[in-house]
Design a protein around this ligand. Structure first.
Ligand code: MTE
Length: 312
């Protein structure tokens, strides 16, 4: 599928809308009954590492919402945008928190959104397939949720599971990967201030195809770590299974930190197509890929002494 400039929302509309972000949480989702209604007010004045955008131009919104990987709704990039909107996620969105924690519990979306003020975080995202994009996410630090349940000393990793319902999503056989989609982080990675639980993008509630109502965002790792539509978070003592490292272990490891020095069997990792609207989708600006996707100053300390080629 190819998008041209004329097909997409001009960026100045987004920048105008941004001005309203601080007005009230109701701008997200707009409905009074929205789970966002009870949330803390948006804090759009927060300055993230990329708020001074420099070369990192925001893409037209439609690139983010029509060019997706969400295998539960089809394996073609254009399929999630066609198939996911018909899905009606439970508005209460109960998330199970369990495993090595003092307080196992089920917590709903509305309660999660009260744990920390919503923030806008503009992150570069790097897909293993060789493209990258800058995304204005809305969310809360994942740590705000994890702290709530008091991990025990045995909690070393956090395992995440996506929602799966064969009545509205395609079968594992058709997708070519096992469902539910699962992912994992080391506890210190999960607690890192850059790790976001995203509930929106471009100042609006997350569209289904982007992982509604809540997804992980880990900007220094390849995009597939950013698991969508999370329903279960389990604290564990051992490295958990992750979808792509099970499906193709030679290509995908547990860490999956962006690393231009670690080749992938199918895709170039030392350069990337930046989808910023400057070209037709798939033919963006070619730029060099940076270690940890450019977030080394913030995250390199997590990996001191770890061989990043062996631990890919
Ligand atoms: N989460 C689930 N549940 N299912 C998926 O297929 N795809 C991953 C990740 N999270 C995926 C998922 C991959 S491969 C990528 S690149 C990103 O979501 C894509 O996110 P985006 O569509 O918002 O760009």
């Amino acid at each position: 599928m190819k998008l041209r400039h004329s097909d997409v929302t001009p960026q100045h509309l987004y920048w105008n809308r941004r001005k309203f972000l601080s007005a009230s949480a109701a701008t997200l989702g707009s409905l009074a009954l929205s789970p966002f209604a009870g949330a803390a007010p948006l804090n759009a004045s927060k300055t993230g590492p990329l708020h001074n955008l420099g070369n990192n131009q925001l893409p037209p919104k439609n690139i983010l919402t029509t060019y997706n990987n969400f295998y539960e709704f089809g394996t073609g990039k254009d399929e999630p945008a066609k198939n996911a909107p018909a899905w009606k996620p439970n508005p209460e969105w109960p998330v199970r928190l369990e495993g090595e924690i003092a307080n196992p519990k089920t917590i709903g979306l509305a309660e999660i959104l009260k744990l920390a003020p919503l923030e806008e975080r503009i992150y570069r995202m790097r897909c293993v397939e060789g493209w990258s994009v800058v995304v204005p996410w809305i969310g809360i630090p994942l740590s705000a949720v994890l702290k709530q349940v008091q991990p025990t000393g045995n909690a070393k990793f956090v395992a995440f599971e996506s929602f799966y319902d064969s009545k509205v999503m395609i079968s594992s056989g058709k997708a070519g990967i096992r469902f539910p989609y699962v992912e994992g982080l080391r506890l210190d990675e999960a607690m890192h201030p850059l790790t976001l639980l995203a509930v929106g993008l471009y100042g609006e509630t997350l569209p289904n195809q982007n992982g509604a109502p809540m997804r992980l965002v880990v900007p220094w790792k390849y995009g597939f770590k950013s698991i969508k539509s999370i329903t279960r978070i389990r604290f564990v003592d051992r490295q958990p299974m992750t979808t792509w490292s099970v499906e193709w272990p030679e290509a995908y490891g547990f860490y999956s930190n962006v690393n231009p020095k670690k080749p992938h069997p199918s895709f170039d990792q030392d350069a990337e197509d930046r989808l910023d609207g400057s070209g037709i989708l798939g033919q963006g600006r070619k730029i060099r890929t940076e270690l940890f996707n450019g977030y080394a100053a913030q995250v390199a300390g997590l990996y001191t002494g770890l061989d990043l080629i062996k631990n890919y």
